[in-house]
Design a protein around this ligand. Sequence first.
Ligand SMILES: Nc1ncnc2c1ncn2[C@@H]1O[C@H](COP(=O)(O)OP(=O)(O)OP(=O)(O)O)[C@@H](O)[C@H]1O
Length: 262
Amino acid sequence: MALVTLEAVGKTFRGRTGSWEAVRDFTLDLAEGEFTCLLGTSGCGKTTVLNLLAGFEAPTTGRILLDGIPVRGPGAERGVVFQGHDSLYDWLSALDNIGFGLRLRGVPKRERRARAGHFLAMVGLEGQGAKHPAELSGGMKQRIQIARALAADPRILLMDEPFGALDAMTRATLQGELTRIWAETRKTVLFITHDIEEAVALSTRVAVMTRGPGGTLKAVIPVDLPFPRDRTSDGFMAVFRQVHALIHAEIVAPPARAEIDA
Ligand SMILES: Nc1ncnc2c1ncn2[C@@H]1O[C@H](COP(=O)(O)OP(=O)(O)OP(=O)(O)O)[C@@H](O)[C@H]1O
């Protein structure tokens, strides 16, 4: 049985100005230990899918199962890492930020510190735990976010463009580190990006969405390439081209009826 099942999931937002169909009939399974990148053009509904799986939003139609049980809200078995670093607490040290969730769960201080220290080292920041967010670079803050999510030992890591705000070099470094961490922990990961190269570099499969409104799953491309990935290899280029063609078709496709009527 898949760890996560999204079954014909749809989400329509209703507001004062009308309703907006963000996601339509989205079906996808995530197997334990799999690293899935969700890729699609801006506004196709990627974040909405992640928020539904995180339990921050409820689907309008369909259902989401975790271990066969319907998701009804957020839970500790799902760790979320967002773009940017606004979710770090400025008044807490890096180590205390990592251990914050453990504190809420009543984990004793000694154990909390040990676990936080372990994940601080895993993200390459050993010895920097006393620093506060204001004293850390953007890349370091993203590392702290990842360490914090891992410290809670979730079964699935939901990452929404976590490297989107970083410069190209820091981004490449963190991509390499995430690959290493994933190899060590074998967490199930759903990673959102609109960067095709990032998706092919990190994942074991790329799930491509159609464009919005009402984005849905278009194709799932397996990425059966060894790690660390050589981005200049023929195999990498072949997958890149395959995914690129799928995305490009969404960009140049004529507008759907719903878009003309909107
Ligand atoms: N709370 C909300 N209320 C109304 N509309 C929303 C809400 N959240 C998202 N939407 C709309 O749903 C659509 C999909 O948004 P979503 O953020 O999921 O797209 P995305 O693929 O993650 O985009 P991007 O790559 O630009 O971040 C958009 O048109 C957005 O305006």
